[in-house]
Design a protein around this ligand. Structure first.
Ligand SMILES: O=C(O)c1ccccc1N[C@@H]1O[C@H](COP(=O)(O)O)[C@@H](O)[C@H]1O
Length: 209
């Protein structure tokens, strides 16, 4: 039996050099933000450059927040993204219309209706559980109470933990929660959209030993 380590996604990548460095460190996935109000948003041309030098086996994820279906189509017809990430209030039907694997981000509250979510997003490849902050769809840089995570009897989808992770708390997060994966954006940046090689390395060191 192979030991499974926590999977890692670095999100909000805007520069080819950051994507390459992340790949060298061994990340499983990188995220490209297609949500224009975000300071980490990329255009399709920028995303092409970021993706160009990536080696095989690094999953590329396109992140949207309540997009028009046409905008998603534009991205998936022009870029070879592997996975869609919906970070708004998209319905299950909306997410699955593109016939692409998707993950659904959910803003965490103490009480979640896991049964309803199970039936709405039963075909999601993972649920990304992120901090709830009114008016901010994601990238808050803030953690939520990890005791609120569901147990394996409540959900069947792989859980990806997000929200305020960094090199200082990710090890504890993995040990305490046993999640399938973690997703980080602000915790590995020097400034919004610009990743820090040092912080990326420190983050990975906590997971890949
Ligand atoms: O990064 C953004 O700007 C962003 C904008 C809108 C929705 C989601 C966004 N990022 C995602 O938010 C989480 C947590 O980010 P952080 O580590 O707390 O900064 C992460 O999954 C990003 O993918």
């Amino acid at each position: 039996m192979v030991n499974q380590r926590t999977r890692v996604k670095f999100c909000g990548i805007t520069r080819a050099e950051d994507a390459l460095f992340a790949a060298k460190l061994g990340v499983d996935a990188i995220g490209l933000v297609f949500y224009s109000p975000s300071p980490r948003a990329v255009t399709i041309d920028q995303a092409k450059k970021v993706m160009a030098g990536l080696p095989a086996f690094v999953t590329t994820t396109a992140l949207f927040v309540n997009p028009d279906a046409n905008d998603v189509e534009d991205v998936i017809t022009q870029l070879p993204v592997d996975l869609l990430q919906f970070h708004g209030e998209e319905s299950g039907d909306f997410c699955r219309q593109f016939n692409r694997p998707y993950i659904k981000a959910l803003a965490m509250h103490q009480q979640m209706d896991w049964d309803a979510l199970n039936s709405e997003y039963d075909d999601a490849r993972g649920w990304l559980l992120d901090t709830y902050k009114p008016g901010v769809p994601g990238g808050t840089g803030e953690t939520f109470n990890w005791d609120w995570l569901p147990d394996s009897k409540q959900v069947s989808q792989p859980i990806i933990l997000a929200g305020g992770l960094d090199a200082g708390n990710v090890k504890k997060a993995c040990q305490q929660t046993g999640v399938y994966g973690v997703d980080v954006s602000g915790g590995i940046e020097v400034s919004k959209g610009v990743k820090s090689a040092e912080k990326m390395q420190q983050f990975i060191k906590q997971i890949i030993v």
